[in-house]
Design a protein around this ligand. Structure first.
Ligand code: SF4
Length: 286
């Protein structure tokens, strides 16, 4: 048995068993990612699709995903690869791609405008060892590493990543503990600490999915954007006002079909609220 320290759950995992995320496992008394290099999807995407709007706009990026997640968002768009029950089935269908091979693919795709590799689709921090091994190789080839993440990891557990990651899109899914704990089975403070640290090391954009009746009040988005505006870089200089925020429209999905899609007008109204604190606010799915 060993304890995983990647996120707030601190799962105690028996030999050969898995933690809550469905991927971290105990082998010979050591916690390792059972999905190391196991890729369920790979595509060459426009960087704007991540979404990143202010990081090499117009470029393409090789985007890969594995399976597993340490959150349980009932509206998950990628539940087939994220939720552990379904993710277990992905394990046998995944294709092993070594860090060396992934780097070779990224280099080969340069001719199509590729700038690096984005770890996305499922939560990349739960196999941060694979991300790190690949990112080291990408850096040597002058290619970028991008994470699209829920940010729910202990900074001290994954801090080596900050030396190699060039950009992140991090979800800040709402701005109340109640929402994070009860609906998403997560921990808001851990995400905020992660964002605070990430901004000191790399380009960061933030995404909030607007769910009717959950996180869509003017007050909540004002407070969320105000907190972002107070972020500082590694020297303590204020940079938060320039951190881009993406407000995305929700569509009924998976376990959350009891409400309509977010009204487009509401997303645009919340954009103007957030713009009181931030320079760059974008809408998504509108
Ligand atoms: S990353 Fe996975 S195994 Fe580790 S503490 Fe979080 S849920 Fe548990």
């Amino acid at each position: 048995m060993a304890e995983c320290n990647v996120c707030f759950r601190h799962c105690h995992i028996e030999e050969g068993m898995y933690g809550f995320c469905g991927v971290r496992t105990c082998r010979d008394g050591i916690i390792v990612p059972g999905n190391y290099g196991k890729i369920t999807s790979i595509a060459l995407d426009p960087i704007e699709k991540k979404p990143l709007r202010r990081f090499y706009p117009g470029s393409m990026i090789v985007s890969v995903g594995s399976y597993g997640c340490n959150l349980r968002c009932p509206f998950c768009q990628n539940y087939r690869i994220s939720w552990s029950e379904e993710a277990e089935q992905c394990s046998s269908q995944a294709q092993y791609i070594s860090p060396e091979e992934l780097c070779r693919i990224a280099v080969a795709e340069k001719t199509y405008g590729n700038i690096g590799v984005a770890f996305t689709y499922n939560e990349p921090l739960i196999f941060y060892e694979y991300v790190l091994d690949t990112a080291v190789l990408l850096k040597k080839e002058n290619l970028k590493t991008v994470l699209v993440t829920n940010g729910m990891a202990d900074v001290s557990a994954v801090n080596e990543l900050f030396l190699y990651v060039d950009a992140m899109n991090i979800d800040l899914k709402g701005f109340t503990d109640h929402y994070y704990e009860n609906l998403l089975k997560g921990n808001r403070q851990m995400v905020m600490d992660f964002i605070r640290e990430a901004v000191k090391h790399c380009h960061v954009e933030i995404t909030t999915l607007i769910i009717p009746g959950e996180n869509d009040t003017d007050e909540e988005i004002f407070e969320l954007s105000r907190w972002i505006s107070g972020l500082t870089d590694g020297e303590g200089n204020p940079v938060g006002r320039s951190v881009p925020l993406h407000l995305s429209r929700f569509f009924p999905k998976f376990h959350m079909t009891d409400r309509d899609a977010t009204a487009v007008d509401n997303v645009y109204r919340l954009k103007t609220v957030a713009e009181q604190n931030l320079k760059y606010v974008y809408t998504g799915n509108c």
